[in-house]
Design a protein around this ligand. Structure first.
Ligand SMILES: NC(=O)c1ccc[n+]([C@@H]2O[C@H](COP(=O)([O-])OP(=O)(O)OC[C@H]3O[C@@H](n4cnc5c(N)ncnc54)[C@H](O)[C@@H]3O)[C@@H](O)[C@H]2O)c1
Length: 288
């Protein structure tokens, strides 16, 4: 059920209504959000603009990018369509942002290669692609942006996944790439904070209802509204998370009120991930 503080967007993914009291924490900031033409990245970009920032929108799909910029307003958003597999992408994002807005206050490394794989199905090329797009490229974007982030005493958010700690069996290379990203966050969150005054933090989303996630699960054979009644072991609230709930945390991490917090990883799920011992399935293992 949708709570009072949310309304349904046209694609049925709830959109949180923003609290007007907290609407200007990112006033005048300039923020690059990769993979922001859909899903969590788009929700973060929208939240940044709602709180006063200008954003660089980035992704693969030109039509969705144009639509996102139109929604945000051309004076608040600029668009780069570029495959992150292209070696020129990190510097291009930085140069475009400087040309459009003159500075960079933050980078949100959100774009990711998502896909399945286990030891039977993952060859070297697929494993390398995961590590490249999900860890090496966020590193290279951070590296390219560092001279500008140093000037603004800015920050970086890496979007990981709760799969980073071990991961679903058939998400092996994806999970490893997010684990590597988590170590990168902690390492740079220490070094860059001390040496450059730049904060680096990570959000590990749990299971989030995005357009692409809804589509993926339908392609896996689940029914149209598969997310409406998931078992409590995955969704104690009776629903999975919404992109705007991840964006709310990102806005705080990007804001000055976050202070010097750096090198931290925030798991955003509705149950603990580390150390969880989920209830047994009583049809096979009786609890009494
Ligand atoms: N949805 C979830 O349940 C979930 C859970 C945990 C973590 N995450 C993470 O959240 C982030 C956003 O995921 P989402 O669910 O919103 O996905 P999404 O598919 O809606 O968005 C991914 C974005 O990345 C861009 N992208 C993908 N590959 C790219 C490439 N090679 N070059 C340039 N752009 C590329 C796409 O254009 C798209 O805008 C990802 O890092 C993902 O791993 C999502």
């Amino acid at each position: 059920m949708v709570s009072e503080c949310a309304k349904l967007s046209p694609n049925k993914i709830p959109v949180l209504l923003l609290n007007p009291k907290n609407m200007s924490r990112l006033q005048n900031k300039v923020i690059i959000v990769t993979g922001s033409v859909t899903g969590i990245g788009k929700a973060i970009a929208k939240r940044c603009v709602a709180e006063g920032a200008r954003v660089l929108i980035h992704g693969l799909e030109q039509d969705l990018g144009d639509q996102t910029v139109a929604e945000l307003g051309a004076e608040k958003a600029t668009l780069v369509i570029k495959d992150l597999a292209d070696e020129a992408a990190p510097q291009l994002l930085v140069d475009h942002c400087i040309k459009a807005f003159g500075k960079i206050d933050a980078v949100v490394n959100n774009a990711a290669q998502v896909g399945t794989g286990n030891i039977q199905t993952t060859d070297g090329a697929w494993f390398r692609r995961m590590l490249e797009i999900n860890c090496v490229v966020p590193y290279l974007i951070t590296r390219a942006a560092l001279p500008h982030l140093r000037e603004t005493r800015g920050s970086v958010i890496n979007i990981g996944s709760v799969n980073a700690y071990s991961g679903e069996p058939n998400l092996m290379p994806y999970s490893v790439s997010k684990g590597a990203l988590m170590t990168l966050t902690r390492n740079l969150g220490d070094t860059l904070m001390r040496e450059d005054g730049v904060r680096v933090n990570q959000i590990n989303p749990g299971w989030v209802l995005t357009e692409n996630e809804a589509k993926r699960k339908r392609e896996h054979g689940l029914r149209e509204d598969w997310y409406a009644d998931l078992p409590k072991v995955y969704a104690p609230a009776g629903r999975i998370l919404w992109p705007d709930e991840i964006a709310a945390c990102a806005a705080w991490l990007l804001a000055d009120e976050c202070g010097p917090i750096s090198g931290q990883v925030f798991d955003l799920e509705q149950h603990p991930f580390i150390g969880r011992n989920p209830p047994k399935d009583s049809s096979t293992i009786p609890s009494k």
